[in-house]
Design a protein around this ligand. Structure first.
Ligand code: SF4
Ligand code: SF4
Length: 181
């Protein structure tokens, strides 16, 4: 067999090998084309979250008895409570603040609350550019220094917002954080 024949056969073998490799690649593409789509076109599309999803902590202010159980239960010390003794010898809530920047969403605060005043909502779009924006006032009494929130709401109202309302608030906090850059 001459050298030219050997080179020709080697060339043909390389062409066949390349063609097989191309078919393998095309096969992967074809298989992917007929598989069900698993990607979600966020933010136009959103996944339906599981019922037990923990997003943003929320307080039902009227149920809070200022017992401090949530504060003691939090392993990361992320809940800050201020209260005072009322005329009827019951504690009155002044403010409850949640520092979301370190929250492990472990649910221990929710489980510790004897009156079921705390709950996690499904909101998750709370990314922001400042850590301060993640410090959320769950409640502030009218008698405490009333500072308007980023959403322009009185802070005592924040804890009673619906999940949609909290999403809107989270968006405004996010925009506020961006404008501070
Ligand atoms: S979910 Fe866990 S880490 Fe987050 S505030 Fe509650 S107790 Fe603390
Ligand atoms: S939220 Fe619940 S656990 Fe926390 S202070 Fe209020 S009543 Fe107590």
């Amino acid at each position: 067999m001459t050298m030219v024949t050997l080179q020709l056969m080697s060339g043909i073998a390389q062409v066949i090998e390349g063609f097989i490799s191309l078919l393998r690649g095309m096969w992967v593409t074809l298989k992917t084309m007929v598989r069900p789509v698993v990607t979600v076109q966020y933010p136009d599309e959103k996944l339906t979250l599981p019922d037990r999803w923990r997003g943003v902590l929320s307080l039902e202010v009227s149920k809070c008895i200022s017992c401090g159980a949530c504060v003691r239960a939090c392993p990361a010390k992320l809940i800050m409570l201020q209260s005072h003794m009322g005329n009827d010898k019951r504690r009155v809530l002044d403010s409850l603040r949640w520092l979301n920047d370190g929250c492990a969403h472990c649910d221990m605060c929710v489980n510790a609350c004897p009156t079921h005043a705390l709950a996690f909502h499904h909101d998750y779009e709370i990314a922001t550019f400042t850590r301060e924006s993640l410090q959320i006032e769950l409640a502030r009494a009218k008698t405490a220094e009333a500072t308007p929130s980023a959403a322009g709401l009185a802070e005592e109202e924040i804890g009673t917002l619906t999940p949609d309302g909290r999403s809107a608030l989270a968006s405004e906090l996010r925009e506020g954080g961006e404008s501070e850059q």
